[in-house]
Design a binder for this molecule. Structure first.
Ligand code: NI
Length: 274
């Protein structure tokens, strides 16, 4: 019943017990898991997981933390990797001005180059921002205006998702207008969570669920290693906050993820190893 739209299952946190993690996810009602890469190496690992597990789909890209390592040769490899039938987006890409692990001009440059890959491949993007909203919005606004055909469909535009969204109602509405979705992890279950006010106003329309595993574990497992099975805890809290039924939260967020990432289409036909 759920799609976990963001889980980094390639991290060593999962080396010991990934098959059990996948089984627990299935028992908890997780039907599909999107695994975004953070470097060329982990993008390859994400694709490997998508080849191994039917319910896993991959995104490929350089996280802003890693932007200084993204050479043109490596970006070209990301682009060719994106042709794999189980790659559903370019990500996780974006800007992180909180940690500044890569110089900001380099982050912006690599973000723009990766959006151009997404446009050439007609794929959506999975975006990470932290203390960088103004610059990230300016970039996506500019490229969306210059490339109106990018992921434009009769059912609505679907250019990507801003994951782990902590912005305001106003910011959410700007993104929706540009054809983007926003996704929420376990942060909605935290006490006095600042995202609840925004969530109540924007409703389910353009929202996805995610765990951001292994990070952002929801209450009551906050602080522990997170895993896709915990998405049910976030969905329950979201249902409570919105005054919706749990199955409605699951249904709408799954529909949104399925539409954005085209999960019910060509990607299904990959010949699985197991
Ligand atoms: Ni992430």
């Amino acid at each position: 019943m759920y799609v976990d739209s963001h889980a980094h299952l390639f991290y060593e946190d999962f080396d010991e017990d990934l098959p059990d993690v996948i089984q627990r996810a299935i028992h908890a009602g997780v039907e599909k898991i999107i695994v975004p890469g953070t470097t060329l190496e982990t993008s390859n690992e994400a694709v490997g997981l998508a080849e191994k597990y039917q319910l896993v789909f991959a995104c490929v890209g350089f996280h802003p933390h890693e932007a200084s390592k993204a050479t043109d040769t490596q970006l070209a490899e990301i682009e060719s990797l994106s042709r794999h039938p189980k790659v559903v987006a370019i990500g996780e890409i974006g800007l992180d001005y909180h940690y500044d692990f890569s110089p900001r001009d380099q982050q912006r440059n690599v973000f723009r180059k990766q959006i151009q890959i997404a446009i050439r491949r007609n794929l959506p993007i999975v975006v990470h921002t932290r203390e960088s909203t103004a610059d990230a919005f300016e970039i996506v606004r500019e490229v969306s205006a210059l490339n109106r055909q990018w992921k434009a469909t009769e059912q609505g535009d679907k250019r990507g998702v801003f994951h782990c969204f902590t912005g305001s109602v106003e910011e959410a509405n700007i993104l929706f207008g540009l054809g983007f979705y926003v996704s929420y992890p376990g942060i909605v279950t935290f006490k006095n969570s600042p995202v609840l006010t925004t969530l109540k106003t924007i409703g389910l329309g353009r929202i996805l669920l995610e765990t951001d595993s292994p990070y952002m574990a929801p209450v009551p497992v906050r602080g522990k290693r997170n895993e896709p099975a915990n998405i049910a805890l976030t969905a329950k809290k979201m249902a409570e906050v919105l005054g919706e039924r749990l199955d409605e939260v699951a249904r709408v967020t799954k529909e949104n993820a399925t539409f954005l990432f085209a999960l019910d289409q060509e990607h299904q036909h990959w010949p699985l190893r197991t």
